[in-house]
Design a binder for this molecule. Sequence first.
Ligand code: ATP
Length: 272
Amino acid sequence: MIIEVKNGNFYYEKHRKKSQNLYVNNINFTLEPGQIMAILGPNGAGKTTMLKCITGLLEWKQGETYIDDKPLSAVKRKELWQRIGYVPQAHKMVFGFTIEELVVMGRAPFISTLAQPSKKDLEAAHLALDTIGIAHLAKKSCNEVSGGELQLALIARTLVADPEILILDEPESHLDIQKQIIILQTIKQLAGERDISCIINTHYPNHAFYLADRVLMTAKNKGVVYGTVREIMTEERMQAFFGIELKKILYEEENYIVETMVPRALGAEKRE
Ligand SMILES: Nc1ncnc2c1ncn2[C@@H]1O[C@H](COP(=O)(O)OP(=O)(O)OP(=O)(O)O)[C@@H](O)[C@H]1O
């Protein structure tokens, strides 16, 4: 599935007078099957809003999203949500579902409103829980797991619907380093093996280096830039968009390389 945005822009009605459009220039990108796009930008730049507009949860004020060349407005909601998996930022849920129930609900587009989840639905839920490494949490209530565990369950919930596109809003934000890596590796694997296209909001430049084929970067008063990781994530641009000096670091072994960026401000004077 190809997802494309042509000339997208948006404003919230209450900000209309102040600042006009949320994005200084219109959003344009095309994502082929299996490609991963990272959206980077400071707090409040409009990343979550952009994900909502891309998927039609909010309507672009201008421009349109296209799925396989068809405008989103012409795609039936049910078909859309069978094809798109959306993982929102995790918030503690106050209701008493178990993790297994939460995940099986991801099959909703395939279950008729009155039907109980079938054996197949439950099997899909358990497979997804296994993939994400949280099968042991199946019978726990959403209220009694940590924020990070809930985030993992939300990702498993999306996988059970076998989506063609995964949209993830800061999926690693509540996770410890080991679980962040599980999530990043899972996303990369899903894109590589199942040709799922992924759009991921992240605050971590090194996650974009690891995952992304394309980067879309946005900041208030700076505009929107889109291209390959190398084109977009230069030290100069990161400084302009984030207002701090970031240094690119390469860690290399014989056939192996890690690219990352570190804030220069976190360094200290060398001691003798
Ligand atoms: N429902 C809303 N009504 C009015 N303004 C909103 C609404 N949601 C977000 N905003 C405003 O729109 C701007 C962009 O918000 P958004 O949540 O998209 O940013 P973000 O880049 O995802 O931020 P963060 O990195 O902090 O999650 C912010 O100034 C925010 O206050």
